[in-house]
Design a protein around this ligand. Structure first.
Ligand SMILES: Cc1cc2nc3c(=O)[nH]c(=O)nc-3n(C[C@H](O)[C@H](O)[C@H](O)COP(=O)(O)O)c2cc1C
Length: 245
C-alpha cells in the first residue's frame, strides 16, 4: 500500500474460535494480524474464545448475552475488515463459533473483507475453509478474501508458536492477496455509523431476527468510487484485446 505513514489505520476485528488456552487457532490468527500490521497501519480488536467461550452458551437473543460479548459484536459489525479463525471440530467450525456469528446482524457484514483461517488436527480437513467458512460469510454477503490459511497441529511448536515455513509463506501470501482489496473496499468508518444505528434499532425491536433493508446499509457500504478503484487496479494504457489481421 502506498503512503504507509499517511494512511488512516484500518479498523480490524479478529476472532479466534479456539477454546483452549493456549490455542493454536489463536496463535495462527495472531500471526496473520502481525503480518497485516507490518504491511499497513491497523487498529485491532481481538475476540478470543479462550476468554469468552464459556460466556456464550445459553443465549437465544442478543440482549441475553453478557455486556462484554454485546460490545464485541458491535465492534465486529463496525469493522473495516475481519480476520476469523476457528479450530476444526467434526469437519466444520465449532458450534460456539457459529453460535457467536448467529448473533451478528445479517446485513452488518455486507461487502466487508474477511480473511479466513482454521486449525485442525489433520490435513484432510483443509477444505473446511472453502466448504464451511466461505459459505457462512457468503450468507452475510461479506467479501471473503481469496486466500485462506489452514494449519495443522504439526505446524506448531509445543509452545504453540508457528514452526512451519510453509505456513508462514501461506500467511504472507494471504495478506499480500488481501491488500489490494483492503485498499479500496474498506468502509473506513463510513459504514460504521449506519450499521451501528441500524443494529441498535434492530436489537431493540426484535433481538437478532429483524431484517434491515439492504438499501439502508449498502450505499455507505459501497466502494466510494469504482472508477477510481478500477484505474488503480488496471493499467491506464488500454490495448485492444484481440488483434485482427
Ligand atoms: C471436539 C473436537 C473435534 C475435533 N474434530 C476435528 C476434525 O474433525 N478434524 C480435524 O482435523 N481436527 C479435529 N480436531 C482437532 C482440532 O481441530 C485441532 O487440534 C485444533 O488445532 C485445535 O485448536 P485450538 O488449539 O485452537 O483449540 C478436533 C478437536 C476437538 C477437541
Amino acid at each position: 500500500m502506498s503512503n504507509y505513514s499517511e494512511q488512516k489505520p484500518l479498523n480490524i476485528v479478529a476472532v479466534s474460535g479456539g477454546l483452549n488456552n493456549p490455542s493454536k487457532t489463536e496463535s495462527l490468527v495472531q500471526e496473520i494480524i502481525n503480518e497485516l500490521g507490518e504491511a499497513t497501519p491497523i487498529n485491532v480488536h481481538f475476540i478470543k474464545f479462550s476468554e469468552i467461550g464459556h460466556l456464550l452458551g445459553g443465549a437465544i437473543y442478543r440482549n441475553q448475552l453478557p455486556e462484554r460479548i454485546q460490545e464485541d459484536l458491535a465492534k465486529l459489525e463496525a469493522a473495516d475488515a475481519l480476520i476469523v479463525g476457528t479450530p476444526v471440530y467434526r469437519a466444520s467450525f465449532t458450534g460456539l463459533f457459529k453460535h457467536f456469528f448467529d448473533f451478528v446482524e445479517q446485513t452488518a457484514l455486507v461487502d466487508v473483507p474477511v480473511l479466513l483461517a482454521a486449525s485442525g488436527g489433520s490435513d484432510r480437513h483443509a477444505l473446511v475453509l472453502e466448504h464451511q467458512l466461505r459459505p457462512l460469510f457468503s450468507f452475510f454477503q461479506a467479501q471473503t478474501l481469496p486466500i485462506g490459511v489452514y494449519a495443522t497441529d504439526k505446524d506448531f511448536t509445543p509452545e504453540y508458536t508457528i514452526r512451519s515455513e510453509q505456513l508462514r509463506d501461506r500467511i504472507t501470501l494471504a495478506v499480500a492477496r488481501a491488500l489490494p482489496v483492503l485498499e479500496w473496499a474498506p468502509a473506513k468508518g463510513q459504514r460504521a455509523e449506519a450499521v451501528k444505528s441500524k443494529t441498535e434499532q434492530a436489537n431493540q425491536n426484535l433481538g437478532i431476527n429483524k431484517q434491515i433493508e439492504q438499501e439502508e446499509v449498502l450505499p455507505s457500504a459501497a466502494v466510494p468510487s469504482l472508477d477510481a478503484a478500477e484505474s488503480r487496479l488496471h493499467s491506464k494504457v488500454k490495448t485492444p484485446k484481440t488483434q485482427v489481421a
